[in-house]
Design a protein around this ligand. Sequence first.
Ligand code: NAD
Length: 388
Amino acid sequence: MEWKFDFATAGSIHFGCGKIKGIVDLLTRVDGPVLVVHGKNAEAASQLTRQLDSSGLAWESFVISGEPAVDTAAQGAEAARKLGAGQVAAVGGGSVMDAGKAIAALATNPGPPSDYLEVVGRNLPLTHRPLPITAIPTTAGTGSEVTRNAVLAVPEARVKVSLRSHWLLPQAAVVDPTLTVSVPPAVTAATGMDALTQVLEPVLSLRANPMTDLLCEEGLRVGCNALMSAYEDGQNLEARTKMAWVSLLGGLALANAGLGAVHGLAGPIGGMCAAGHGEICAALLAAVTRVNLRCAAAGRGSPELVRRFDQVGKWLTGSEHASAEDGVRKLQAMRKALHIRGLAALGVKREDFGTIIKKAQVASSMRANPIQLQPDELMEILEEGSES
Ligand code: NAD
């Protein structure tokens, strides 16, 4: 690995239990009302809007249900323009934060969302700065509070793709683990496995750098135990704090080193079935890691890759004697212990595997995978990921 890298993140990061209480001071000082983007459950957002009210700041809310599609983002941008919003505050899971980021960008940039979308759109750069964004996660999974993309579903192409720009980095990321305590166990499991994926894929990525390696090592050392504890007892604030930390580390790492085949497959699959992003990643993680490792051991990747896999095995298991294969076994055991459903149970049909593979091969995340996986290897992964 070359000791040469760039690293970009949110304007500021505010981490810790109770950080939501000082949120008004973390918004940017601009004219115009705040567009508060939130999910169906407005409880977390109300902690922000109560403070806005007592500070005399005008605001309006825009509600997101489910993972955002291009139309949702376009409608939100229209709402922001009508309101004359000066900034966007997004309080919710990755779906809400991504919606907020896309709305902030589309509110100031002309034309349809497809102008700015990768893979299926024109992939044009933004020409105007988005409205300033404050991102406040209520799940521990995506790390979107510190990433420079917003994932949107494109229903007519049956795929999820990103709107990407350096300008999508929020001006402030406010990570308060208390906001995640209400997340139910199945969502804790799925989003937590996404967080784990996002500290694993960047360390094996072709774009890994010394800074992201450091972040991933910490995330992989902490993630497995913290996720099991948060799953078993959602009120365990120490475990919730550690998972919020792992999720943040994943966001920092992926924004600067990219991802891999789990996310390369998850984009197309997410556009073709109703399952949540976390569940899809959770179903695929062990299978992708196993196949990547087999290819690495056969000499298909860089010589350093095998050493990296061994290191991952040690970090995941917490044992200095563990091998790369032990790391895969740990991921398989996690999938079982967290009752992660297979792709078949999530509604992914076998007859769609061919289309998924074709779309995955051109997905942006696939380009960072350390091995150039062949269609038959992607098929093997989908078959293993389908098992319950
Ligand atoms: P999500 O935001 O869709 O939330 C999952 C479920 O949990 C929803 O039903 C939501 O209402 C609920 N929820 C959220 N917070 C809650 C809380 N505190 N208590 C109870 N319920 C709560 O799931 P997610 O995994 O956080 O985000 C997924 C989205 O993020 C996908 O669209 C995915 O593609 C995207 N993503 C983006 C990035 C990025 O860097 N921009 C990275 C990874 C994933």
